[in-house]
Write a protein that binds this ligand. Sequence first.
Ligand SMILES: C[S@@+](CC[C@H](N)C(=O)[O-])C[C@H]1O[C@@H](n2cnc3c(N)ncnc32)[C@H](O)[C@@H]1O
Length: 223
Amino acid sequence: MERSRPTPALPEDDGDAAFWNRTARAYARHAIKDLAGYERTLSSTRERVGAADRVLELGCGTGQTALRLAPSIGHITGTDISSEMIAIANERKAAAACPNATFMAMDGRSAPWPDQSFDVVLAFNLLHLIQDRPTLFQSVGRILKPGGLFITKTPCLSDMNAVIRLAIPLMRLFGKAPSLSFFTANELAGALAASGFSILEQARHASGRGDFRVFIAARKTDP
Ligand SMILES: C[S@@+](CC[C@H](N)C(=O)[O-])C[C@H]1O[C@@H](n2cnc3c(N)ncnc32)[C@H](O)[C@@H]1O
């Protein structure tokens, strides 16, 4: 039985919160480029989440995915470091009249919930923005119930071609990108395995070949 052990909040990266606050409205206006790939991710996620499950989505952005999943699950809490993203998520929640989604501004690296609070934790397009992923995986493991699931779809920047990889530091220099972390899909799966998860699925949902995001569904293993 795990003991209640609140994870200390890591120092906030105000620069990144400011970046996402600045870009939130533009991000919300952006149409999803690969709708078929997005629908594959939603279907694979729905297949693994139960109708009564309590779900946490880290880095939920504008709440789009949480609001798509909400009708088929018990309750979803969406958190994001950007208060502007959360404001948009709450506007969308009101427009959708969705009673079982809650959104709150919070750094995903802090986990102020008791042990074993959630059946499923989601993180879509987030992990490449987190430098200390092992600490995040540790806190995800703590707040998941025994056998709970961590489901992620993550850009793997080390799998991208060299030109794009070289462009990223330049974009950073001009404030056009947040701080980013580089790893391959296999490195991400390996890091999850090393943090006490067993990989149930590792797949690509993209329709085209230029999308380097990996979908991973992983189960918390017994200590
Ligand atoms: C690329 S967007 C993805 C948003 C959404 N998950 C999606 O797939 O559309 C990344 C999101 O992660 C949030 N974010 C970045 N660092 C974070 C952190 N440490 N904790 C929580 N959210 C964070 C940003 O504010 C932004 O909304």
